[in-house]
Design a protein around this ligand. Sequence first.
Ligand code: NAP
Length: 286
Amino acid sequence: MEISGETTVCVLLGYPVAHSASPRMHNAAFAAMGLDWVYIPWAVRPEVFLKALDALREIENFGGANVTIPHKEAAFAALNELSPDALHIGAVNTIVPRGRILVGHNTDGEGFVTSLREEAGEEPRGKRVGLIGAGGGAKAVAYALARAEAAELAIFSRSQDRARSLASHLRRLFGNLEVLALGLQDIEPDRLRRIDVLINTTPVGMKPSDLALFDYKMLPESVLVCDLIYRPSETPLLASARSRGCRVLNGTGMLLYQGAQAFELWTGEKAPVPVMREALARGEGA
Ligand code: NAP
């Protein structure tokens, strides 16, 4: 990769950013498309995040940004222009400059739904979905599944207030959707048998010391079990599900397709998805 005075610069705004797989994925995509663009991770402490946004408004060769933990909600609050997805999800994961105006988008939910369709061959329409967790990732995934006409969403959350507030937001937006706000203790065999797709949106499973969210031995083999986590590539939830005969999907596809959509918003070019997938696979275990 050669950086010149003409290079357009994209950045990842997060804290920390050291372990992100996005630079490898986007730089491979820029190179494959012959674009004089580069993607750089920026570790931005929360207290200076707004200053970083102000600086980006002034930089003429700024091509766009991704926003990750812990800034997605701060970016939503700070940006005056938002895509409908970002507006309804309440968080921004992608910024697109238009002159000095920064426009906030959210590609996480569509990224998950595309991964569900492309990697697991599952169409969300009419499906009964169980979501574990009610944080930022859950909001994006729930909104995209509702838009894709899932029939029912059961939200299992440690903080039931968060589940209730997400459920009432979704009911307001999608009149036909059946939404339930439940606790983690409600994940039991009868309930699991009523679910087609179960999705972990919590960080539980990233660390070897994490306790199980529920007794994974209860999983019926009819459920497609998904995890937003992509490192490790197989969480204890997915390993148990697989050993019980369930189909499984990890978070790599979501990362890939949210990135592909961001790439298209920044460059106006079709994203080279196979190149991006290959770049992510090269980094697995790194
Ligand atoms: P977040 O906004 O902080 O939400 C985390 C959720 O997990 C909250 O509902 C929280 O519940 C719950 N939770 C945390 N620890 C828990 C525990 N020990 N037991 C039960 N529930 C627990 O985080 P996020 O941004 O949604 O990210 C969540 C995960 O998704 C992370 O692992 C992240 O890497 C992954 N993610 C992946 C992608 C991708 O592209 N693959 C994209 C986005 C996110 P409380 O409200 O009770 O604290």
